[in-house]
Design a protein around this ligand. Structure first.
Ligand SMILES: [Zn+2]
Length: 491
């Protein structure tokens, strides 16, 4: 158990009658006084925030530059036990956007107990990855009380006091090496934000920032802690994106309770690639929730989709090369920029593949490939390669062909899931295969985008024997799609 030892220092400083040991500690003391009193802040062992807000879906926007879709959040409750380094967040989410899996007030619970991060699964808590655990430890200090307590702790280092804009700024390093920058409003002396660096597998090195606004006296009756002044508004930014906003009341008196949990270790993230040859030289590469497809041409191979993660995409690429060892794998068709479908693009580029995507997404992939990945080095950081990109323009059909085979790649016009979403079609009489994702996922709870796909098929007079969806249990037929459209119409 970690103890806040600053009180001892304060007492000894008072005995000899001098001020704080450093200007940095002086600022932290002033900030604590502005939040109520140094003593009240130092004695705080936990806080409960309750309220409502929004959480945004990073990497799921209509175009790479569009606003992020969001969940409406009710019954938000974040309990933090600073003394024992535990926290737990629960909230009820409701979708405000079209999706195949709509949520209406569905509870989500996750947290941290010391070194263990956990998420609530169907059968209790499941342990999250080490990366998640270290990011959740940082969360303890992306809070005005947590960062002041950390900065005052004798095992931490506070340094580099400076002024930026209207803030006093200080860097705080924890004993375990975690680093934070605290901004303190020069007028009110309230902490205004905390910034730290973290790794995102798609975006690389990013800044993680929590902004504290609208300070007000917190709840509770009597005692020092009743007088704490805490933010009512929290805004969380990852890089340039706002990913969460909460409007809260804070209570340092209420029982944080025992936040210890026993989390079952998550099953290891096994990457499985299973292939089914759906036509001569055409494979559905399945596994997990996000599939790919492989098309063999005379002179090269083309992969459709590099989804989910570097590990998945590298496994899919290896599998493709094993299926057709004598023909070079040259292209990857990216259906759309959504992170779950594009997370393997950097890995595909590191393997020398040319990316085919809609022109709407080209600038996005130029940025993704150029980004710094130093906090963790991914495959492309270890083996830098230039981005080779071919674009499908407007509503034109892009033909990828060699020998007798042509793959017709075009936009699904009018799709409300993504503006630059592509489908691909093999027109040969014995094939007539359509590859698509997210427009029609067999087995999904809803199919809000299926009608647009069907319209595109009819508009282009595509004759279809087989649909190869990149979500769902297997292949489907045009009848299945028509059925989904009909069912959606009845909803
Ligand atoms: Zn999508």
């Amino acid at each position: 158990m970690k103890r806040w030892k600053y009180l001892l220092i304060v007492s000894s400083v008072l005995l000899v009658g001098c001020g704080p040991a450093t200007p940095e500690l002086g600022l932290l003391e002033e900030a604590a006084e502005a939040m109520g009193s140094l003593r009240a802040v130092s004695e705080t062992t936990g806080v409960v925030l309750e309220g409502s807000g929004r959480t945004y879906r990073l990497g799921q926007n209509q175009t790479p530059r569009a606003d992020l879709p969001y969940y409406e959040i009710e019954n938000y409750r974040l309990a933090i036990d600073f003394a024992n380094q535990r926290w737990q967040l629960r909230q009820d989410r409701t979708t405000t956007f079209f999706t195949g899996n709509p949520l209406f007030g569905v509870r989500q619970t996750f947290g941290l107990d010391g070194d263990v991060a956990y998420d609530e699964g169907d059968d209790g808590f499941v342990q999250a990855s080490d990366r998640v655990a270290s990011q959740r430890r940082a969360e303890l200090y992306h809070n005005p009380l947590g960062i002041i307590l950390l900065g005052l702790d004798e095992t931490s280092t506070a340094s580099n006091l400076r002024d930026e804009g209207g803030d006093h700024v200080v860097d705080i390093a924890a004993a375990d090496g975690a680093q934070f920058t605290l901004y303190v409003d020069a007028d009110t002396l309230h902490p205004s934000r905390v910034v730290s660096a973290r790794y995102h597998p798609m975006l690389g090195d990013v800044t993680y920032e929590t902004i504290f606004e609208d300070y007000a006296e917190s709840g509770g009756l009597g005692g020092f802690q009743a007088r704490l002044t805490l933010p009512r508004q929290y805004t969380i930014n990852l890089d340039e994106y706002t990913i969460a906003e909460y409007r809260v009341t804070s209570d340092t008196q209420g029982a944080v309770g025992d936040l210890s949990v026993s989390a079952a270790p998550a099953p290891p993230d096994e990457v499985v690639v299973e292939s089914e040859e759906v036509a001569n030289g055409v494979w559905h590469l399945r596994g997990g929730s996000h599939h790919s497809a492989l098309v063999e041409f005379d002179d090269f191979l083309a992969l459709i989709e590099a989804p989910q993660s570097e590990a998945r995409t590298l496994a899919v690429i290896e599998h493709a090369r094993e299926l057709v060892p004598d023909t070079p794998l040259q292209y990857v068709v990216n259906t759309h920029h959504h992170f779950d479908h594009a997370m393997g693009i950097r890995a595909a580029v590191s393997e020398g593949l040319t990316v085919i995507t809609h022109e709407i997404n080209a600038g996005f992939f130029e940025d993704i490939v150029a980004r710094q990945h130093t906090i963790e080095q991914d495959a492309l950081a270890r083996n830098p390669q230039p981005l080779n990109i071919e674009t499908v323009n407007g509503d034109d059909t892009y033909e990828l062909s060699s020998g007798r085979r042509t793959l017709e790649i075009s936009r699904i016009v009018g799709d409300q899931h993504s503006d630059g979403i592509l489908m691909a079609y093999l027109p040969a009489v014995r094939e007539r295969i359509l590859f698509q994702v997210d427009a029609f996922s067999p087995g999904a709870a809803a199919a809000p985008f299926a009608a647009a796909l069907l319209e595109n098929i009819e508009e282009k007079n595509l004759r279809i024997n087989t649909i190869v969806p990149l979500h769902g249990p297997g292949t489907a037929t045009l009848d299945d799609l028509e059925e989904a459209v009909e069912q959606e119409g009845r909803r």
